[in-house]
Design a protein around this ligand. Structure first.
Ligand SMILES: O=c1ccn([C@@H]2O[C@H](COP(=O)(O)OP(=O)(O)O[C@H]3O[C@H](CO)[C@@H](O)[C@H](O)[C@H]3O)[C@@H](O)[C@H]2O)c(=O)[nH]1
Ligand SMILES: [Mg+2]
Length: 222
């Protein structure tokens, strides 16, 4: 996962994932503009393996995260002068600066499938567990990136056992996905959540805390 080579930065003129727009409007008599992007809604799933009392999360190279670090360390690479062409970038940063821990997640891009169906497919593709649709629990939904995309993410909870493991997971290689499945022991999970040396999404932190309030007390009783 951690070998990323031949980087070059180019313009994004047409994308099936992101479409930039500018909205002009008047609010309480004041004229404003706001730039935003349309992107897909998504689902994410907190997965807890009861056989081994651990959370199952994924680790991925995220180009957007990598390029944030690139801009911080080598801002000259983002200078606008030749933005209409592809500009080779120096391999100045290790790929690991762009790797994040995340909940298993996927974009909602199949109108014929329910959110639950999309979630179950993502669990199988990314983490390798067969989860029956009816056992999936909806936790809540929230808006992510409210300044930029405002897209909705719906969060589910899935309990799995070792017996439900059907494959290694790892994402769909034909779509270029390269995902590492990582287990976080329940006993270490709150330290992990707040340890900034493990870059992670808000979804991981929020859902681990949700588990502490809503699931962990019942586990202790059993
Ligand atoms: O510029 C892009 C964007 C996506 N993909 C592909 O699209 C798929 C997306 O994977 P999927 O697992 O469905 O989505 P995620 O990347 O996990 O979803 C993310 O995307 C959502 C919508 O942007 C975010 O809100 C989520 O938090 C985040 O997990 C992958 O196969 C990618 O290869 C590309 O090839 N190029
Ligand atoms: Mg995903």
């Amino acid at each position: 996962m951690e070998s990323v080579e031949d980087l070059s930065l180019g313009p994004c003129t047409a994308s099936q994932y992101l479409r930039p727009f500018r909205l002009r409007y008047r609010q309480n008599g004041i004229s404003k503009i706001w730039d935003f992007m349309r992107s897909h809604d998504s689902v994410s799933i907190l997965i807890f393996n009861t056989s081994r009392q651990c959370f199952v999360v994924v680790k991925q190279f995220r180009p957007a995260v990598y390029m944030c670090e690139m801009e911080r360390k080598c801002p000259q690479n983002f200078e606008r002068k030749k933005q209409e062409t592809w500009n080779p970038l120096p391999n100045s940063l290790p790929a690991s600066v762009g790797v994040t821990y995340e909940l298993c997640a996927g974009i909602v891009d199949k109108p014929e499938l329910s959110l639950e169906e999309i979630a179950c497919r993502e669990i199988l593709e990314e983490c390798g567990y067969e989860v029956p649709l009816a056992t999936l629990k909806r936790i809540t939904s929230y808006r992510s990136g409210v300044g930029v995309t405002g897209s909705k993410q719906t969060l589910f909870y899935a309990e799995v056992t070792d017996e439900m493991k059907a494959s290694e997971g790892g994402g769909q290689p034909e779509e270029g996905e390269l995902i590492e499945v990582v287990e976080i022991p329940l006993k270490d999970s709150m330290d992990f959540a707040y340890n900034e040396s493990f870059p992670k999404t808000m979804g991981v932190i929020f859902s681990f805390m949700w588990f502490q309030t809503n699931v962990a007390p019942n586990l202790l009783e059993n």
